[in-house]
Design a binder for this molecule. Sequence first.
Ligand SMILES: Nc1nc2c(c(=O)[nH]1)N[C@H]1C(S)=C(S)[C@@H](COP(=O)(O)O)O[C@H]1N2
Ligand SMILES: [Mo]
Length: 415
Amino acid sequence: MSKKNAGRRRFLVQSAALVGGATSATLSSPAAAQELAGQPWERVYGAPFTGYGQPSKYEAPVIRHIGRPYGDLAPGSGASLSPIESLEGIITPSSLHNVRNHSGTPDIDPKEHRLLIHGMVARPLMFTVDSLLRYPMTTRTHFIECSGNSNRGLTPQPAQVPAGAIHGNAACSEWTGIPLRVLLEEAGIDASAKWLLAEGADSAHMSRSIPIEKAFDDALIALYQNGERLRPENGYPVRLFLPGWEGNMSVKWLRRIKATDGPTHTKDETSKYTDPLPDGKALQFTYEMGVKSVITRPSSTMTLPRPGLYEITGLAWSGAGRVRQVEVSTDGGASWTAATLLGEERPKSFVRFRLPWEWTGKPAVLQSRATDEKGRVQPKRADFLARYAPDIRFHNNSIVSWAVGADGKVTHVYA
Ligand SMILES: Nc1nc2c(c(=O)[nH]1)N[C@H]1C(S)=C(S)[C@@H](COP(=O)(O)O)O[C@H]1N2
Ligand SMILES: [Mo]
C-alpha cells in the first residue's frame, strides 16, 4: 500500500471511530429512538418559494469581520474579511467574499457604465457592458488576496480574534469573463506598449500599472462570480482580475485601460503597496502573492470540548501556481505530517487540507506549512520579519500558530 493510501485508510478507520463515539454519546438512552417521533416542523406545511435564496436563519452569526479604520469618517473605506473559520471546501460564498474598498462601493448603473481601451493602440475602443457580455468567455477558479491580508499577524502581541479577522482578507471564487488579451488585440495594441494603466470608476479612481506580460498571460475582464453577475462590492458590473497577484491590482468597477510604454506611478502604487526593507529602501511592484496556508479549524477563539479525535483543516494557496504540499505540525514545528489536499490540481486557487489528529488533552501548538509547485516554502514568522523593515505591512505569508491549552481553549501565539 502506498504511503498516501495507508494514510487514507488510517483516516477512514479513525473517522469510523469518531462517528462511533459520537453516536454512542448522542443516543445515551434507549428512549432516544422514540424521541425522533416528532419535531414541530414535521407537522406543519413548509415555507413558500423565494426568488433569491438566503442561508438558514440559524447561520445568521456567520458574517464577515468588518474593519473600519477611519470609523464614521469614511465608513466604506477599509476591509470586510471573510469568516474562513466558519467555511468549508474551497469556494467562498459571494455573500462572504472579502471586500477591500478605498472609497466605498459605487452604485453603478450598468446601462451607463463604459470601459475605454486607449493609449498606445491603433483603434481606441469604448465598450458598453452589454457589448462585453456578447464576447466568448472563459471560466476559472482563483483566489484573490489583499497584500495587506494577515498584517494583524505583524502586531507585537498576537490578536485573540477568529482566524478570519486576521487572515480572511482573501477569498476564492469561480470567475467568468473575457481574456484581456482578446480586447487588447481587437484594439490593435502597439508592439512597443509595455505597460497598462487600469482605473476604477469608484470615487478614489483607484488605479494601478500592470506589465503587459500579465495581460497576455491569464488576465481576465471578469463579469461573473460563482455563476452570477459580479457582486457590487466585488466590482459590478466589470472588474479586472489578475490571478495570483496582489488583490489591489485587480481593479474593480473597471472604466479605463490605457496602453503605455512605462509604469504610470499612480498614487496607489507610490503612497501604498510598497514593502520597506532593512536597508531603508522599499520594494515597489511586488505582484505575485507568496505561498501560504492557515489552519481554519481548530483556530483562535475556538474551544475543543474534550480530548479525542479531531480533524485539522485549513486553506492553502500560492500566487505562483499550484500548491504541491501542506504539512501540519501539532508540536510547534518540531515534527511535520503531510495533510490530504483537495483542489490541488487548480493553479492560483484555494486548496483545502485535512489531517486527522488525536488530541490527548496536553497543550499543543498547531501549525501548517505550504509548499508550491515552484518549490517555494511558507516561511517561519521570524524569517519573514527578518527580510523587511519593522514597519512592513504587506505580503505576510508566514506560518500561523494556534496553541491548544490543557483546557481545550485555542489561542493565537507567535512561535
Ligand atoms: N476601483 C477599485 N478597485 C479595487 C479597490 C478599490 O478600492 N477600488 N481595492 C483593491 C484592493 S486593495 C483589493 S485587495 C481588491 C479586493 O477585491 P475584493 O474586494 O473583490 O476582494 O480590489 C482592488 N481593486
Ligand atoms: Mo488590497
